[in-house]
Every structure is written in structure tokens, then in C-alpha cells.
Ligand binder design. Sequence first.
Ligand code: ZN
Length: 209
Amino acid sequence: MLNKTSWHMPAHMVNAYYSPDSNTIVFSKQQFCKLLFTLLNNLHHKITVESAQSLRHEISHAFDNNGAQFDKEGNLNKWWLDKDYEAFEEKQKEMIALFDGVETEVGPANGKLIVSENIADQGGITAALTAAKDEKDVDLKAFFRQWAKIWRMKASKEFQQMLLSMDVHAPAKLRANIPPTNLEEFYETFDVKETDKMYRAPENRLKIW
Ligand SMILES: [Zn+2]
């Protein structure tokens, strides 16, 4: 019998996750400390991109391609209308195509392997942006720069290769660079033109939620 109250990670780990089989979100104590620390360093903002996106990223896992198959009790049970689920499956295919084969330093990304995390990242940044825009003196340049900074990492080629072959998250550079290209605000904020490398034509910008 599944113990729905036990955690899937230790409290000292800096991480958060969503679990469809218990319909719960867990933020470890250390993850909270990290988010609080960034918040204290950015007191002029009511929210920080990291805390805003982190929570919303986990919430949206409840209805990514895995979470969508579990009901509110955490049981494998279809609770979507057929037409909604079919439309969602189309969006999943678009998300796979968006990342599949995109080159990184160590090889091309595998769109299928990373689709659920990419759905959560897109949901995370979109919801964080909506929250940020509620701030009176919102600075969207700072917002997108903070977003990019979240994904900074330093790793050996071998480690990156290992991640590319088995990690369900997209390579960090793609997590930084691709989600913003689906948001109108990104184009307005930085005056992105068709000739710019991060430009994506409006009909190819993917919106899920
Ligand atoms: Zn995730």
C-alpha cells in the first residue's frame, strides 16, 4: 500500500517536486531557505522570478502529460473531457517538436524525454509573468534576466552528456532560452526582431495554459 504521506526526498535537499500518485507538492526546508534568501536579496520586489516560477512549475506538473492522468485523490483515473484531453495531446506534440533536435554543446535534445518538464517550465514562466505584471512598477527586463539566471550551471562535458541522455529536464541553456520565446512580452520588452536568433514567428509560439 502506497504511503501517501512519505516524502520522496530528504529535507536537506534543495529541491521541490509534484507527485501525481498523492496529488501533493513538496518543497523541502532547504528549498524554502533558498527561496527566502533570494527574496531577502530582492526586497524591492514583492515576488522573485525564482520563487514565483518554482511554485507554479510544480503546480502545473499536476496537469502535465503524467499528472493529467491522475485524479485529485492521486489515483490513475481519467478526469478530463475527451475534447480537452485531445487538444492537450496536440499541445504536447507541439512541445516535443519545439525542443526535439535543438542542438546543445553536447548533442541534440530529445523532445519526448523532456516534454513534461518543458510543459511545467512554460506554465511556470507564464504564471510568474502574470503575477509580476500585477506589480505596480514591474521591470520586465529584470524579470527575463532573472529567469535566465536561474538556469546558470557549470558542469563537465561528460556530466552534461549524461544529463542529455537521461534527465527529464531540458539542458539548462534551453530551459533559459526557449520558454521566453513563446511569450509576447519577451518580444516587446527587448524589441526582438525577425532577424534576431531568439525570434519565433507568432504562429509558432506555443501556449498551453
Ligand atoms: Zn519539474
